[in-house]
Design a protein around this ligand. Structure first.
Ligand code: PMP
Length: 419
């Protein structure tokens, strides 16, 4: 698409042109119900640039083989490519060693791995795991499972009406029984960016291990695990413009080494007899079975792509999208935005008086506008705000101001339909 001269994107940074970036995403040029697709469901999953699609295609056409096994050409090439992505993720996260990067199926599996394995290592009856009110079910249920197996208890940090953590309450919750603190970096339902560095410093006063759910953070902001000071960091490839079926768990080497395996099978062992087995070194101890090789390679291409766009440009463009969306929606009568944190990613959750969020989603969909409506896998958070569900528009760097305006116009239309 040729850049529109009259477009409000004109004031963009010289090196970031949203219309040029959109050219890299084939799906953004399709129509739905005869209307141009306006994709505002990026917190659920992001679209894939051609570079990612091509990297996967090339892998299957030129390299496909199982890794770490065959002593043949293709197997060696596939292993090299797979392990090169591990080093890329190490750099991407600012980790000290590549053996600290474990490939999983996604954030959900990463958190289940750490809850199950670290939980078995650390938790005793009466110990406490601290979560926050704004957690995704993926960062609640795995902790419930391990707490019921070990006799540990879950404690919850409340949030204020803007959707920010109440740090004084967090401080009061901390005590010598606090073994693990698990929190999201960015809330999928509110957009709140949590002060992870500060939370880690507070948690470390009682020597708690800190697990960060980065599912919603990596597409919006640069992450440096050493600067954050956390012990584990989890994210999903598909929310970072990469493939589904691949995720990352970064963990401190000494903790990963001390933790028992999560799953057993091929690849994760050193020796096996019917009496006992011994484990491979990290990270392989946590990668049982044939991994998602093509997906890892696609994730590597996604990371290269995002770094080439650059987090500075992403941050600036998304902040402008968020401001425009907030301004446009906040003035609509009967519309209430849920989540007004000072530090906020480009996510706008809202409810409309007298209209169910599903109806908002359905009417917008007919105009080609894809948003999410529901509890966003955050039922305790919905309860906190006294709603059963919200409508949520979540943006990525390839969204335009015109799309924000179309969203606001679409919501006005919903009101007309229901008036
Ligand atoms: N945590 C958060 C904050 C999320 O938004 C999501 C996905 N909606 C997850 C965890 C789970 O990610 P996945 O489904 O990719 O495992």
């Amino acid at each position: 698409m040729t850049p529109l001269v009259s477009s409000p994107e004109q004031y963009r940074k010289a090196d970031f042109d949203v219309y040029r970036v959109r050219e890299d995403f084939p799906i953004l040029h399709r129509e739905v119900y005869g209307k141009p697709l306006i994709y505002l469901d990026n917190a659920a999953t992001t679209q894939k640039p051609r570079a990612v699609i091509e990297a996967i295609r090339r892998y299957y056409e030129e390299t496909n083989a199982n890794i770490h096994r065959g002593l043949h050409f293709l197997s060696e090439r596939a292993t090299e490519q797979y392990e090169a992505v591990r080093r890329k993720i190490q750099e991407f996260l600012g980790a000290s060693e590549s053996c600290e990067v474990v490939f999983t199926r996604g954030t959900t599996e990463s958190i289940n791995l750490v809850a199950s394995s670290l939980g078995r290592l650390l938790l005793q009856p009466g110990d406490e795991v601290v979560l926050t009110t704004m957690e995704h079910h993926s960062n609640i249920v795995p902790w419930q499972l391990i707490c019921s197996a070990t006799g540990a208890k879950i404690r919850v940090v409340p949030i204020n009406d803007c959707g920010e953590l109440c740090l004084e309450d967090f401080e009061r919750l901390l005590n010598p029984r606090t073994k693990i603190v698990a929190l999201t970096h960015v809330s999928n339902a509110l957009g709140t960016v949590n002060p992870v560095h500060q939370v880690v410093q507070m948690a470390k006063t009682v020597n708690a291990t800190v697990v960060v759910d980065g599912a919603q953070a990596v597409s919006h902001l640069p992450v440096d695990v050493r600067q954050l000071g956390c012990d584990f960091y989890a994210f999903s490839g598909h929310k970072l413009f990469g493939p589904t079926g691949i995720g990352v768990l970064w963990g401190r080497a000494e903790l990963l080494e001390a933790m028992p395996p999560y799953q057993g099978g091929g690849e994760m062992i050193r020796t096996v007899t019917f009496e006992e087995s011994t484990w491979a070194k990290i990270p392989h101890k946590f990668e049982a079975g044939t991994p998602p090789i093509a997906e890892v390679i696609g994730l590597g291409a996604a990371v290269d792509y995002v770094l080439q766009v650059g987090y500075a440009a992403i941050g600036e463009h998304e902040a402008a999208l968020l401001e425009r969306a907030t301004r446009a929606l906040a003035t609509i009568p009967g519309l209430r935005i849920i989540g007004n944190a000072r530090e906020k990613a480009a996510v706008v959750s809202f409810v409309l008086e007298g209209v169910h969020p599903h109806d908002i989603g359905t009417i917008l969909d007919r105009d080609g506008i894809a948003i999410r409506a529901g509890h966003h896998c955050a039922q305790p958070l919905m309860q906190r705000f006294g709603v059963a569900a919200t409508a949520r528009a979540s943006f990525a760097f390839y969204n335009t101001f015109s799309e924000v305006d179309a969203l606001a116009a679409g919501v006005e239309k919903v009101i007309e339909v229901f008036s």
